[in-house]
Structures are given as structure tokens and as C-alpha cells.
Design a protein around this ligand. Structure first.
Ligand SMILES: Cc1ncc(COP(=O)(O)O)c(C=O)c1O
Length: 407
């Protein structure tokens, strides 16, 4: 059978994630890889998960192994609604939908909001998993440039006025791939723009719990409600959260917080897709987070380790990378991004780096257009300290050699 002749037209826009392909190349244990977006496996709360699983199976075994509702487990949705509510925004459990990892939320939102050929506003560079998920809709991306304070929000009104747009997408806090964060001032301005234009805004927020420096900022969900003068969740922001980075990605439990009519449509899409998120993993997640104590302690542990790794990577970059190279300085999350001189190509550099057993992800795949050839992303959460030291040293040598050749 010639399968190529059978595939649907939209598959022309599908391709394998370059990050996942690079991860395959770097699977050899001797390779120091800064390529993945992986949490540190040595910090996974294995014992606590075992205990929680035992408790769930002993106390609610039959429920845990049965089909359940598409919306998700009621107590977990109540817990999330309470945790996300504050003085400025009261969230009801009916505003919460449990999803199978927040990646599923991207797919569900596309299914219910996006038509073929729609225009979407995104920050550039952006999350490659969103591009992979939404590109099959043959979209027109309006790319908003970024700087150290996040997306350049002041550029958005002109873009929105130039043509009708369906949706905006952003990772305002500790962005993937750059590690940058939208400043408070820009959050407030963005909220005003959203209210003025009434455009849906997808706030992808897997990383905000992982802050290592600076002050917490309100999410866009809250800023937009304040801009509307409302304390209820009935505006245009679609918030996606996850337990992947605070507990473990293996559970595949995330959530969407949004206005009830949208949640209702997403439930219909999810029903068709996977009926519901795993009952067992939802119950285990709830068992682990219900008193808040374990989760908060665990987040402190993650923060302490990742802060050390971030600081070490920044110091090693300072000591080992040539002057012409610059990088972002994240306050949290898992990544930072390197910019090489314009004439250099990060994919070429990766070929040399892998021969020295060190790897990263070239930045071009994170851009909506043709930019980013001279950028690459480094992950600092997954490598132990000695590997960060050795890996950045090796990369420094590769870079200096490449620059000497260029000269
Ligand atoms: C920006 C962003 N969104 C969504 C996800 C998906 O996370 P999960 O499906 O594990 O919740 C990731 C994972 O790395 C991410 O970086």
C-alpha cells in the first residue's frame, strides 16, 4: 500500500517535532543534553506517589478503575478552582475542565475555535508543541516580537486592526523557549487590549510555580477580569495549567480554566477525543495535592534545585562563551535562549556539538517564519551540576572554534 497517496491534505502541515528527534540522537548516556524540556527525574516524588496510589486503591479502588465524567473529578476541580481564586477573581469548579496534560488543551481549543486559514496572534519565538498542534489548520500567524520583558504588547493593536484575528496565544511567564516573562505593566496593557477587542487569549502557563527570583505576577486571567471590572470568570482568557512540572509529566493531568460556554464546548470535543482523563491518575493527583502541604513543600524543593542549576548555567555561560554571544536571564522555568552572531547557524553548530557529546535545540523551529537560525535553547533543569559545568565548557570550546574558523 502506498500510504503517502492516502493521507488527508492537512497532514502536509504535520511533521515530527525537531526537539523529539534531537532527543533520540542524544539518548546515549555519555551525551550531555540540554535539549529536552524535561524536569529532573531524581526529584520526582516516587515514594509519595506510591503512598497516594496505595491509599486511592485501598479507599476508592473501584471508582479509580471505572470510567468517569469528561469534565474531570469533582474534588480535583474544586481544589484547582480554590487554589486559583483570589481577591480579584473567584473561580467556580464549573469553569474547570481536567485534561490529559495541558497539551490536550491546545488540541481541544483548536478543534472548537479554529477554522482553516484563520489568523492567530502569537509571540515569536513560541512553543513548538503549539505550532505542531495548530499548523495543520493552515493558519496565518501574526508574529509579535519579544524582548526581555516578554511580548511587545504595544505592537498588538495595529495587528488586530489590520485584519480580523481568531485567537491570541502566549506563555506569559517563564516562556518556552526563551525563559522571559511578560512585565506587570505589559500584562495590564494586554488586559486592556483584550477587553477592547474581545479576542480570545490562550494563556499557556506550565511554569509559573517555578520562580527562582523576582516577585510573583498576576496571571492574564486575573488581569483581564480586573480590566472588565468583574470578579467572575466570564471573559476572553483561556488559561491552561498542568501538574507536569510541579508533580510529574507521567501522570498526564492538566486543566483548563475558562468561561462556562467555552468549557461546555471543550467537553464536547474531549468526549469525542478520549472520553475523559485517566480516573486513576486524577485520583492520585488529588490525593497528593489535597492538603496543599506536600505540594508546596515539593515546589520549594524544585525551586531550590532549579535555582542552583540556573545560577550555575548562567555563571558557566559568562565564563565560557565568547563575548559576541548573548543569552536571556530567566527568573524561573526550565529554559534560556542563546543568540549567536547573525552569520552563524545553530543547526550547523549542533552537528559539531554532538560529535563532542553535548546537545541543545536549534532555535529556528520555535519561530513562526524563517527567523532564529542563529539562536538555540538550553534546558537547565534536567542536568546535574557537574554535567552543566562540563557541558557548557564543551559548548564554549565548540563555539570558539566555530568563531575562529569564521574569522
Ligand atoms: C508551553 C508549554 N505548553 C504546554 C506543554 C505541555 O505540557 P503537559 O502536556 O505535560 O501539561 C509544555 C510542555 O513542555 C509547554 O512547554
Amino acid at each position: 500500500m502506498n500510504w503517502d497517496s492516502k493521507f488527508a491534505a492537512r497532514t502536509a502541515h504535520m511533521k515530527r517535532s525537531t526537539v523529539r528527534e534531537i532527543l533520540k540522537l542524544t539518548a546515549r548516556p555519555e551525551v550531555i543534553s540540554f535539549a529536552g524540556g524535561l524536569p529532573a527525574p531524581e526529584l520526582f516524588p516516587v515514594d509519595r506517589i506510591r503512598e497516594a496510589t496505595d491509599t486511592v486503591l485501598a479507599e476508592r479502588g473501584r471508582e479509580a478503575l471505572q470510567y468517569s465524567t469528561t469534565e474531570g473529578m469533582r474534588e480535583l476541580r474544586e481544589w484547582i478552582a480554590r487554589r486559583m481564586s483570589g481577591d480579584h477573581l473567584q473561580i467556580h469548579p464549573d469553569n474547570i475542565l481536567i485534561v490529559s496534560g495541558s497539551q490536550q488543551a491546545l488540541d481541544l481549543v483548536a478543534r472548537v475555535l479554529i477554522d482553516e486559514g484563520d489568523r492567530i496572534v502569537v509571540e515569536n519565538p513560541t512553543y513548538v508543541g503549539m505550532l505542531q498542534c495548530w499548523r495543520p489548520y493552515n493558519l496565518n500567524f501574526s508574529a509579535i516580537p519579544t524582548d526581555a520583558d516578554g511580548m511587545q504588547v504595544e505592537e498588538i493593536p495595529a495587528v488586530l486592526r489590520s485584519a480580523p484575528h481568531k485567537l491570541m496565544y502566549s506563555i506569559p511567564t517563564f516562556q518556552n523557549p526563551m525563559g522571559i516573562t511578560l512585565s506587570h505593566e505589559r500584562r495590564l496593557r494586554l488586559a486592556e487590549i483584550l477587553v477592547e477587542h474581545g479576542i480570545p487569549f490562550y494563556e499557556d502557563d506550565p511554569y509559573s510555580a517555578l520562580r527562582y527570583s523576582g516577585d510573583d505576577l498576576p496571571n492574564i486571567l486575573t488581569c483581564e477580569a480586573q480590566a472588565r471590572g468583574s470578579k467572575t470568570l466570564d471573559g476572553s482568557v483561556i488559561y491552561a495549567g498542568t501538574f507536569s512540572k510541579t508533580l510529574t509529566p507521567g501522570l498526564r493531568v492538566g486543566w483548563v480554566a475558562a468561561a462556562a460556554p467555552l468549557i461546555d464546548k471543550l467537553v464536547q470535543a474531549k468526549q469525542a477525543q478520549d472520553l475523559h482523563t485517566g480516573t486513576l491518575t486524577q485520583l492520585i493527583t488529588y490525593e497528593m495535592v489535597r492538603d496543599g502541604v506536600f505540594l508546596d513543600q515539593h515546589i520549594q524543593t524544585l525551586r531550590a534545585t532549579y535555582r542552583r542549576r540556573r545560577d550555575l548555567m548562567l555563571r558557566m555561560l559568562e565564563e565560557n562563551f565568547p563575548e559576541e554571544v548573548t543569552w536571556t536571564k530567566p527568573d524561573g522555568g526550565l529554559f534560556l535562549m542563546i543568540t549567536l552572531p547573525e552569520s552563524m547557524d545553530a543547526s550547523e553548530l549542533l552537528k559539531v556539538a554532538t560529535t563532542r557529546d553535548v546537545a541543545f535545540v536549534p532555535g529556528d523551529g520555535f519561530y513562526t517564519g524563517e527567523d532564529g537560525h542563529n539562536t538555540f535553547r538550553l534546558n537547565y533543569s534536567n542536568a546535574r551540576e557537574d554535567r552543566i559545568e562540563e557541558g557548557i565548557r564543551r559548548l564554549g570550546v565548540v563555539l570558539k572554534e566555530a568563531m575562529a574558523q569564521r574569522a
